[in-house]
Design a protein around this ligand. Structure first.
Ligand code: G3P
Ligand code: CA
Length: 236
């Protein structure tokens, strides 16, 4: 069973929103495609419905990725599940995604809202999947909430602006930093590694950038195109 610690020993590939470049993002179809392409980890975004169900969707509203309109937080699960999230796919429940990925790959769960933290952690606990999940967020408060629930849960801090993200990640007990890929300079990667942090830049969809970042010593890369980037994993 893949556990996060196993990823620490080699360069790995994370399917971003499943395989966003190939299938409708954050759907089971997208996740299955990423798994078929042999990714080491799958990344998804989590929000909550009006009736408190954790669901996998990126935006605050359903407008961009489904045939509906409105705010995710103001729609019930029943309303959300009626929508087409692309190619007839439904917006998945977090639980469905966890069950799909568990035992096949590591799951990177991004909290888009703080309300998603507790219901997600309950599901991870039910499956005792702690060792296979990395909880990630742009917001340290969401990650601290995870640590409060379970002290040895794995957390990773995402950042997209020049900041003290690396230092902050270390301070809150993260094992990983996830910089927007332009911020993953050779110097930044070396600094994070000196602090024993994994470095997983996002979103890298071309081999040239991927090769360059790999040469800096990044731990892995998040990509919409695992079909392309997977080639980098096995070359020395
Ligand atoms: O893995 C980090 C990345 O997913 C953050 O950006 O906007 O795709 O959620 P976003
Ligand atoms: Ca994300």
């Amino acid at each position: 069973m893949p556990i996060l610690e196993e990823l620490m020993g080699y360069f790995f590939i994370v399917g971003h929103r499943g395989a966003k470049g190939l299938e409708p993002e954050n759907t089971l179809k997208s996740i299955r495609r990423a798994l078929e392409l042999d990714v080491d980890a799958v990344e998804v975004d989590v929000r909550v419905s009006k009736d408190d169900y954790p669901v996998v969707i990126h935006d605050e509203t359903v407008d961009r990725t489904t045939n509906g309109e409105g705010s995710v937080a103001e729609m019930s699960l029943e309303e959300l599940r009626k929508l087409d999230a692309g190619m007839g796919e439904k917006i998945p429940l977090f639980e469905e995604v966890l069950r799909e990925v568990h035992g096949k790959a590591v799951l990177f769960v991004e909290f888009k809202v703080p309300e998603a933290v507790d219901p997600v952690l309950e599901k991870v606990d039910e499956l005792n999947a702690w060792k296979s999940v990395l909880f990630i967020s742009f917001h340290q408060e969401h990650l601290l909430k995870v640590k409060k629930y379970k002290e040895d849960a794995y957390i990773g801090l995402i950042y997209s602006k020049p900041s003290d993200g690396i230092v902050l990640a270390k301070k809150i007990g993260a094992i990983a930093v996830l910089p927007q890929y332009r911020l993953a300079t050779e110097k930044a990667v070396a600094f994070a590694k000196r602090l024993k942090l994994m470095v997983v830049p996002w979103v890298v969809n071309d081999l040239e950038t991927g090769r360059r970042l790999k040469s800096y010593g990044v731990s892995g890369l998040a990509t919409d195109r695992p079909d392309l980037l997977i080639k980098l994993r096995d070359v020395v």
